[in-house]
Design a protein around this ligand. Sequence first.
Ligand SMILES: *Cc1c(COP(=O)(O)O)cnc(C)c1O
Length: 226
Amino acid sequence: MTIEQTPLLQRYQQVKGHIAKLDPAGKVRLLAVSKTKPIEDVLALAENGQLDFGENYLQEALAKIEQAPSLCWHFIGPIQSNKTKPIAEHFSWVHSVDRLKIAQRLSQQRPANLPPLNILLAVNIDAEASKSGLAVDEVLATAEQVAELPNITLRGLMAIPKKSDSLAAQRKPFKALKDLLTLCQTALPNQTLDTLSMGMSGDLEAAIDEGATIVRIGTDIFGART
Ligand SMILES: *Cc1c(COP(=O)(O)O)cnc(C)c1O
């Protein structure tokens, strides 16, 4: 470690090292969740090779994207239908599509000069009353409808499970999400359904054990949010 390395870069390298140990084949993509953190932090990580950044709040995200338009930006926050246009125009991925109407609007509003928008369906995997996301038994029918839409590519599923402390308990909902993706892949063999967005700072290991392909890490890279 060089002396000029900041704590941010140290934490980033630690997270990368942890992921490399859990995923020696290098199949897991690290999404750095930069919500509430300054653009300077984003640019510092980008200089060190980080490509993918995740944001929850649209106005904040748009200001950062304007300053770093060549990075790969992922929208991971709740989506109101009147906010789909700027999302369709400025992001490469959306992880939080929780109903057909949102996918339809993103499809209609994706500019023709951009590649298809990558879409993940958000699943309420633990059936929590307080949480948005599709119910498990709605996922397949929604996936079949979303797969028909132009200008977007249905890439897979995303979930934020309930917090639990043991590795075994954390693995259960991730396994359920993986099984649900397998069901969708079988029903839709012509789609590029290759993505499981699961795992955050507190449950990264369980998620990678169960086949995550994108992990969304905020706190462990950027420090606690105030
Ligand atoms: C904030 C957030 C994260 C990152 O969470 P950490 O616990 O800080 O790693 C991941 N995914 C979503 C959807 C988030 O809102």
